[in-house]
Design a protein around this ligand. Structure first.
Ligand SMILES: [Zn+2]
Length: 564
């Protein structure tokens, strides 16, 4: 989600930027590790790294049951964690953030002991767990969870009332983590194969969570339990409560993989507005299926759910709070006007069903895999809507003014660091530049679809994505990705006049960077040139100038003949 600073971006400090540079300059792992505590906390490491109490077990199923009490802003419930043993293990890390408290942990009828280290509970298991075995640990917990102050950019519970005075409750917890409201292995690499989410709320509140509604049970105590089931691997931060006075209708969409259910859940008070604005869903699905491949969760369906925050890519239940107006809160982030032709939250958050939910980054440092493609999808949607490739390009180029190059897009691994906010606009412009290099739209489309097919329902690293794209496009992209993801340098093409023509070369680039680029010289049509970091010459009339194709995210600098 989000294009405003996240919690992590806000607390980025000079020392952390120093750390990033140390990484770039090839500091030894020891030197890097030594610097981590100065800028990241012990809790960041427990949350963001795969410590020994996390790696030996793999979650197959979360069975989450939570009772939500708007009257006193408390929750109480349990999560039964079923896991497969990969290696022998005795201690298991389960994450749950204060002020929530664990009441008990139970396995096979026996209560287990644990030690608490901040947000992490280390559970002592009764016997060495043998590889291949499957066990279930049930964590009973409750309390008054963290209240999100500025959702969706910070996380927790949101307790509101709608315009008719009905209670309206939701969760949003990207970055901060799902453990802010339910116990789990809170690391991006871990996704259960499936999950039940049973939310109990005061009658007549309706809860809309992820996946399919399996049952509604009216209880004797004035509450109703809404049981949802997700049949696909699910990232933790995508699990959500949305409870309120909802209206509902369904539409059937004939897509690439058959019939897809589209379910719409606006507040009852907003149904008329939603029935107008949310007609943008089918063309969105059509565009993204074309470019990215089949919607990844036909079994779970697609839902749009009104939420008391701007929006979030909650898997198969996209949260929407954009006020039923086009643009991003009524404005166009590209400054071109093109972003006012569609609803930012419907387009951007739904694109995350492919890049974030289908293909999920294992480590927060690689969050560009979610957001760069999310931003780039806005460009493609502009192209789908207008039928103009140029309009799509104009949109993504327009967002370039929002790039700050404060730190590299890729963050610091192992500490739940999300890297620079440039993962949005710079990442989108990087991908748009890459499309130019591929110079074959069918191959580019096959690459985007291939990513979604190859890594379907999986968690990935930047390395895997880079290697896939290099292989699918047939272009060695090692230096290209290093340049745009791991440095803050914008490539500069230096051009200087010389006898009989122009000389040109790349500067401000990583070693080995030799990206071709389209250029027009002396007003002639655009042609490919292949600059390196050494001066190359081309013939041109005296006084000729050079213009670069603006689709490349690079800079052009004219230097005098004595320069360089
Ligand atoms: Zn996003």
């Amino acid at each position: 989600m989000s294009v405003l600073p996240s919690r992590h971006a806000v607390r980025t400090s000079a020392s952390r930027r120093g750390l990033v540079f140390a990484v770039l300059l090839g500091a030894t792992p020891t030197a890097i590790a030594a610097q981590v505590p100065s800028s990241f906390t012990h809790a960041d490491t427990l949350r963001g790294s795969l410590g020994p109490a996390r790696t030996w077990w793999d979650v197959t199923f979360y069975d989450l049951h939570v009772r939500v009490n708007p009257a006193d802003s408390t929750i109480v419930g349990w999560n039964a964690i079923t896991y497969r043993v990969l290696q022998p293990g005795r201690e298991m890390q389960v994450d749950l953030q204060p002020p929530l408290e664990v009441d008990s942990m139970v396995m096979g009828g026996a209560r287990l002991e644990w030690r608490r280290d901040g947000n992490a509970f280390f559970v002592a298991l009764p016997a060495t767990q043998r590889p291949g075995e499957t066990h279930t640990l049930t964590v009973h917990y409750g309390g008054r969870p963290v209240v999100a102050m500025r959702p969706p950019w910070d996380g927790g519970f949101i307790w509101r009332t709608d315009g008719r005075g009905n209670p309206w409750v939701a969760t949003a917890n990207q970055g901060l983590g799902a453990s802010v409201w339910w116990p789990n292995k809170d690391h991006g690499s871990e996704e259960p194969d499936s999950q039940r989410i049973a939310i109990t709320v005061p009658t007549p509140m309706v809860d809309v969570s992820n996946g399919r509604l399996r049952g509604v049970t009216v209880n004797d105590d004035g509450t109703t339990t809404w049981e949802w089931f997700v049949s696909s691997p699910l990232n933790n931060y995508g699990v959500a409560v949305n409870a309120g006075a909802y209206a509902h209708w369904q539409e059937l969409y004939q897509g690439e993989a058959g019939t897809l259910t589209l379910d719409y859940w606006p507040l009852a008070q907003d149904e008329a507005a939603a029935r107008r604005q949310w007609t943008q869903v089918p063309p969105m699905i059509r565009c993204f299926e074309h470019w990215f491949g089949p919607y990844p969760f036909y079994k779970d369906g697609f839902k749009l759910v009104e939420a008391p925050h701007l929006g979030m890519e909650h898997q198969s239940a996209v949260a929407y709070g954009n006020g039923f107006a086009n643009g991003y809160r009524g404005t166009d982030l590209s400054g071109t006007g093109l972003g006012l032709a569609w609803d930012f939250i419907i387009i951007h958050e739904s694109a995350h069903e492919w890049f974030a939910n289908n293909i999920t980054a294992k480590d927060g440092a690689d969050l560009w895999i979610h957001e760069s493609f999310g931003n780039y999808a806005e460009n493609l949607y502009t192209e789908c809507l207008t039928g103009s490739k140029e309009a799509g390009a104009e949109y993504v180029i327009g967002t370039r003014s929002r790039i700050v190059n404060d730190r590299p897009i890729i963050g610091v691994y192992g500490v739940n660091d999300e890297g620079s906010g440039d993962r949005y606009y710079k990442g989108g412009n990087m991908l748009h530049t890459l499309r130019q290099l591929v110079d074959d739209d069918e191959r580019w489309r096959a690459t985007l679809r291939g990513l979604n097919e190859t890594f379907r329902h999986r968690t990935v690293t930047t390395d895997e994505v880079e290697r896939y794209i290099s292989s699918a496009t047939g272009i060695p992209l090692h230096e290209f990705f290093d340049q745009y993801l791991r440095t803050t340098m914008v490539p500069v093409l230096e051009v200087r006049p010389e006898a009989g023509g122009l000389a040109y070369r790349w500067t401000n680039v990583v070693k080995g960077f030799d990206m071709p680029v389209r250029a027009s010289v002396a007003g002639r049509p655009m042609e490919w040139i292949r600059p390196t970091q050494a001066w190359k010459s081309m013939e041109a009339p005296s006084g000729a100038s050079m213009v670069l194709d603006p689709s490349f995210y690079v800079e052009l600098r004219l230097v005098s003949s004595g320069g360089g």
